[in-house]
Design a protein around this ligand. Structure first.
Ligand SMILES: *[C@@H]1O[C@H](CO)[C@@H](O)[C@H](O)[C@H]1NC(C)=O
Length: 350
């Protein structure tokens, strides 16, 4: 009898310890309040720093977050145009040749849509070997289409923030004249027409909340007359995953607060010209975080910019029907380029 109790006791203790560890119970107990305690390096008002960078002046402190990578290819697509209404950044994985071809034949066709000029480029990293078979195929693809910007960091999921922020840098340096920028993954359905309608007619007025004292605010110019502030997509308000086995598990050391800032899921989001520049300049003063959508959420919070939720962006795959897709701007789940082509052609011809 005694033995049995002892045995039960041990089993219960083991189960509890397992639950405690596996479900990250301790992590939940020790999280800090996002609403009252959130701060993130640099722990200063970054607005004056951004303002200086955008005015080509020296900021009061040097940047803390400059990615040490290079562009291996370039494009003059944006420079040769007087006007550019929409520029599409496709974050693509090296091996996704088929996805890229599908996009070129569908929403990535650079033709006038509602009288608007649209351009597109694919952004990829590299693999570990120098002249791998994969790299040779990319070289061939680039020679034909000249629409790939390759950067010299390892192409992988956890390097997505690097891919996104290097794309921002490229836009800032080589494509700063587009009215709006769409960032999208290479497995999304996109309706350029619906997106153009959204940015031109539907996106609500947004403002940047200015921080600091009155004197600071007066000297900081983030808004520009007549330039829209748009940062929109599918907005999440959620909490970090503390389950140890999750792909998205985050330790307290990495992020100690109980909530994420509001963030736009990275599968597809749109920023206006002014916001692209402000975000790029701001990123120089905001510490790296490995999830790109969270990083942009943190960055937006530090900037004083609230992301706008738009229910026409689907972070999951919206089930297809002709009517159901009439207003869709973007939907996840289009890995199959044939399917993308079918859906896109049907909607396009409406
Ligand atoms: C990200 O890229 C860097 C530079 O190529 C590389 O050293 C690092 O291992 C990559 N990280 C991941 C998670 O792949």
């Amino acid at each position: 009898m005694r033995r049995r109790k002892c045995y039960q006791f041990i089993v219960i203790v083991c189960v509890l310890m397992y639950v405690y560890y596996f479900f990250g119970v301790s992590d939940y107990m020790y999280t800090k309040s996002f609403d009252t305690e959130f701060h993130y390096p640099l722990d200063v008002n970054i607005q004056p720093l951004i303002s200086k960078v955008l005015n080509n002046k020296k900021p009061a402190q040097p940047p803390i977050n400059v990615y040490p990578y290079k562009f291996l290819t370039n494009s003059i697509k944006c420079m040769t145009l007087d006007r550019l209404d929409l520029f599409i950044v496709v974050k693509s994985a090296m091996g996704n040749f088929d996805n890229r071809n599908g996009i070129r034949q569908t929403y990535g066709q650079e033709k006038l849509i509602m009288g608007k000029i649209v351009r597109i480029l694919f952004f990829v990293g590299i693999d570990d070997e120098v002249k791998s078979p994969l790299q040779k195929r990319i070289d061939e693809e680039m020679a034909i289409f000249k629409d790939i910007i390759q950067m010299d960091f390892h192409d992988s999921y956890y390097n997505n923030t690097i891919k996104t922020m290097m794309s921002f840098r490229w836009l800032f340096d080589h494509c700063s004249n587009a009215a709006n920028y769409l960032f999208t993954d290479d497995d999304m359905y996109v309706s350029v027409r619906n997106l153009l309608k959204y940015v031109d007619y539907e996106a609500p007025e947004n403002r940047i909340v200015m921080h600091g004292s009155k004197r600071d605010r007066d000297s900081v110019m983030l808004h520009h007359e007549g330039q829209k502030i748009i940062f929109a997509g599918y907005v999440f308000n959620s909490s970090p995953q503390r389950f140890r086995s999750s792909k998205w598990h985050v330790s307290l050391e990495e992020y100690p607060w109980n909530k994420w800032p509001p963030y736009v899921t990275a599968g597809a989001f749109v920023v206006s010209n002014r916001v692209m520049k402000i975000m790029y300049a701001g990123s120089l003063f905001v510490k790296h975080f490995r999830f790109d959508d969270i990083y942009l959420g943190i960055l937006a919070k530090k900037i004083g910019l609230e992301p706008t939720h738009c229910s026409k962006f689907y972070f999951y795959k919206k089930k297809y029907s002709v009517e159901g897709y009439r207003d869709v701007i973007a939907s996840h789940g289009y890995d199959d380029s044939q399917e993308l082509y079918r859906v896109w052609s049907e909607q396009y011809s409406l």
